[in-house]
Design a protein around this ligand. Sequence first.
Ligand SMILES: Cc1ncc(COP(=O)(O)O)c(C=O)c1O
Length: 390
Amino acid sequence: MRLSTNAIHKGLHFADPTYGSVAPPIYPTSTFVFPTAKEGALRFAGKSKGMIYSRFTNPTVSALEMKLAAMEEAEMCIVTSSGMSAITLALLHNLKAGDSIVSHKVIYGGAYELIANILPRYGIKVHLIDFKNIQEIEKHIDKTTKVLYFESPSNPLLEVLDIKKITALAKKHHILSVFDNTFAPPPAQEPLKLGVDIIVYSLTKYHNGHSDIIGGAVVGSTKLLQLMYCHSFIFFGLTMSPFTAYLVSRGLATLNLRLPHQSASALTIAKFLEKHPKIARVYYPGLASHPQRALVRKQMNYNGGILAFELKGGYKAGEKMVNNVKLIHLAVSLGAVESLIEHPASMTHSELSPEQRKQSNIGEGLIRLSVGIEDVKDLIEDLTQALKKI
Ligand SMILES: Cc1ncc(COP(=O)(O)O)c(C=O)c1O
């Protein structure tokens, strides 16, 4: 089956045998009855598919895992309690003291914190470099390198990395590639087809899409994920609750409608902003002015719903802009049905000094906008009136 069908139907083989409800039941149980001691023993030995305990797995969670795996045409998925726990699982399972990781330096702030400041405490060597330069990546690879970590498009400037070239390099050196695809889940981008070994997600964003849960996932082959599940996931205790899994499953049903709609609206808004006199620059992968437009066309099916723009008036103009939107929510996060706006210099990237922001090209008047599914005319009217106040 194809993406939309899998998003709706996959994983529902257990559908309510008692009443035949169309909506899948939620199983809010911590533990499961073994009909006999022998069956209990078989489940512990992995010889029976019956459930044991909800930290290991649960029917509602497992249905979500099947949907996500099918949507990526992957063999396996492990759903986790947050995007950060998915990243933690993928990295800590594959790294140990004495190993090293080479990571792109422009990644989600939480992942940066984990890689730059926490992994070294466990004896793991870290190189944070610019993955736009493939030779630079190769220079940092040695016998201890176990993981290449990156994401594309990047936050907040929507820079794009050449996923195929980076994964080819990982394969050449027998290193795992771990890729955060939160900004562009299918149908927007299909990293496994571009050679990625392990995808990590914050399901909090596009997958769920309704700003009402925190969740994450790791997707890849059984060979890579089965031991990750048995040896790490269960003992790190990264489980998602069945209530959360139910909500993500419900959100997934419309992902293939939401993302193309959000991409189309984001392009309309980006084109509008590009012409506005108070705006110095717009960053959006769908614009002809995007510096890597040719690469975007090659590796993305949709451009996504996130864009950024630099106001000519700097920090003060940034504050004014986000204080004056009326329809769009002033909030971090992204990928939701409602549009969300934020000012990186005072919010998501405020931990960086003004010099560090300058080095990363994050201007003081930069605004990040996650476009929802509202009528695009209403969004443009809201942006227009807020821009007038600057
Ligand atoms: C690209 C990306 N990856 C991972 C995360 C972490 O996800 P969560 O907040 O669900 O832990 C975020 C959160 O904003 C993100 O933007």
